[in-house]
Design a protein around this ligand. Structure first.
Ligand code: DON
Length: 567
């Protein structure tokens, strides 16, 4: 079946007039695809296909991103969503940039102690497995607002393919069948009515997943816009679910939700302009801090995956993640000392204790004077159109399938993003990240994220679009793709597919992907004093790079069923 899928993809490439190129580097999937005009790289072939069809119909990158976003809510329910939230970076053809924050918000009845028992201890599962885990969803408002500001096709044309996909169904991939089966018990336990994700027998690759209730919800959004989700029938279904499951999201919370246009963070690394996310995601701050800390060093000369370059990056990450734990949260609630955190002298000062041959234990590294682990399923998609507009979107339900709770009969999954708040100062969340009061749950507040959508310019022109899932590991995955391209001269497929590693301050260790680092490098890092922790897989980057001849090269991560399609 995998071989059949491969043959179909090759045919699609040929019919679409674009070309898969082999990158030749070990570890590369050979899934790099080049296209002349537009491209979408996402976690699922149906999502990429719908986005490219919208581009071909005359839509711009935002139309395609919105169409792909709604399509992923149908064909990639692990993380694609209308019940979650995320961040989008936009770069128009003339170079103007924007960011939309459609992160979930805490309901108005939220309190810092809401996940603690009477003795002040964290109640296991409350912030991840129950209706209380859900933040007020942001995706629908975010996608509608960017479409109304930037889209050129009518909204109904952009959302319709997702509705058709939900109604007609689509064949699940082998990985999806395994995921759905693996989560079957959770779906059964946490829902009073069996959701579309559970059927009589176990899923096998190629089975069709049909979601008529989700199709009806998407139709309400098509016909009524915001009102189709944040009020009326859909809102009542969400509130019904809350009432049955002791949740606290009210109709007022839903009616009051708005996404926010914010200024993206802009930085520079070796002459490349880095446009990325600002708080309430900490991803962009970490990315720019680490790039700033390693820029004075000659990373290229140290060598790819050498002990020297891995140690340098891990030590810089340790310091950046320590700052995250103390200084980052929702900018609407706290003034975040952004300019000081990103200041060159401050970053130089942070690296004064760096030694090229020994570790600086995390117990000796504290947040600078003037961090936590996040979760298991999120998704990133990158879009470029033929006019030069680019969109970089990371979106999530937090854990795989979020809370696994479907909102009554509305057919979509509720997120469990409330776990991204610091449920108790110093107590790690599901990704091992800790934090303090800056990131405690408060009415209407947005929980701190690590999502790191990025767009890079080279000499004033669009150069690269990238992002990744992976909770706390996201900034490190995105960072490595940039360093692999900029310092080590890799093509996009190599840069995405090669092995990864990260350090997140606490726990104090270098995490590395199995087979992702040369054994000699691992030995030397151990000898220098790093605790080394082997992990199966880190991140799933979906990236596009613009080549010198103007063609787009797609780098869908070999990890997962990611797909690059273009024309
Ligand atoms: O916003 C965040 O940082 C997390 N909720 C993201 C979770 C995630 O990436 C899980 N993914 N693999």
């Amino acid at each position: 079946m995998k071989r059949n899928l491969f043959i179909i993809l090759i045919l699609v490439f040929i019919v679409a007039g674009c070309r898969p190129e082999s990158s030749g580097r070990p570890g590369s999937s050979g899934k790099m695809l080049t296209a002349d005009s537009g491209m979408v790289v996402s976690a699922h072939p149906e999502g990429s296909g719908i986005g490219v069809a919208i581009l071909k119909k005359g839509g711009n990158a935002v139309d395609a991103a919105v169409a792909t976003g709604f399509a992923l809510a149908v064909c990639y329910p692990e993380a694609g969503n209308i019940g979650g939230g995320g961040f989008m970076i936009i770069r128009e053809a003339d170079g103007k940039t924007a960011m939309i924050d459609f992160r979930e918000r805490a309901p108005m009845a939220a309190t810092p102690e809401m996940f603690l028992d009477d003795s002040g201890n964290v109640v296991p599962g409350l912030s991840t497995e129950t209706c209380l885990a859900a933040g007020v969803p942001g995706s629908v408002d975010g996608l509608l607002r960017v479409h109304s500001r930037y889209g050129v096709l009518p909204f109904r044309d952009v959302i319709q393919p997702a509705i058709d996909l939900a109604r007609k169904g689509f064949p699940v991939t082998e990985d999806q069948a395994a995921d759905l089966n693996g989560n079957r018990e959770k779906f059964i336990q946490r829902n009073r009515r069996l959701p579309a994700f559970v059927k009589d027998t176990l899923w096998i690759e190629g089975d069709s997943l049909r979601q008529p209730e989700l199709a009806a919800t998407l139709e309400r959004i098509r016909d009524m816009g915001r009102e189709g989700f944040y009020s009326g029938i859909t809102a009542r279904m969400i509130v019904n679910e809350m009432k049955k499951g002791n949740g606290i999201i009210t109709e007022e919370d839903l009616a009051g939700y708005t996404s926010e246009f914010r200024d993206p963070l802009i930085g520079d690394y070796r002459g490349y302009k880095i446009i990325t996310v600002s708080p309430p995601s900490g991803g962009g701050v970490i990315l720019l801090q680490v790039l700033g800390m390693i820029e004075p060093f000659n990373v290229a000369d140290m060598g790819f995956h050498s002990m020297e370059s891995v140690h340098l990056i891990a030590e810089a990450e340790r310091r950046a993640y320590a700052d995250r734990s103390k200084y980052l949260g929702d900018p609407d609630f706290y003034e975040i000392p952004l300019s000081r955190l990103l200041n060159d002298e401050y970053l130089e000062e942070r690296m004064k204790s760096f030694r090229p041959d020994t570790v600086s234990p995390s117990s000796s590294i504290h947040p600078g004077i003037i961090a936590p682990v996040e979760g298991s399923q999120t998704t990133h998609y990158s879009v470029a159109d033929r006019m030069g507009m680019a969109v970089s979107v990371t979106t999530t339900l937090n854990a795989t399938y979020g809370s696994s709770i479907v909102a009554d009969s509305a057919g979509f999954l509720l997120n469990n993003e409330m776990d991204d708040f610091s449920v108790k100062p110093g107590v790690p969340n599901m990704f091992g990240l800790t934090g303090g009061n800056v990131n405690s749950a408060e009415p209407g507040k947005r929980m701190l994220s690590s999502m790191t959508p990025v767009i890079v310019e080279k000499k004033g022109r669009l150069f690269l679009i990238a992002g990744s899932p992976g909770g706390s590991t996201i900034p490190a995955s995105v960072l490595q793709v940039l360093v692999n391209v900029i310092d080590f001269g890799m093509n996009i497929s190599e840069a995405v597919d090669t092995g990864r590693f990260y350090h997140q301050w606490l726990p104090d260790r270098v995490n590395w992907e199995s087979d992702g680092l040369p054994p000699a490098t691992v030995d030397k890092l151990r000898a220098a004093g790093h605790e080394m922790n082997e992990r199966k897989s880190i991140g799933r980057v979906n990236a596009i790079m613009i080549m010198p001849n103007g063609k787009k090269a797609g780098g869908p991560d070999r990890r997962g069923n990611n797909s690059a399609l273009g024309y």
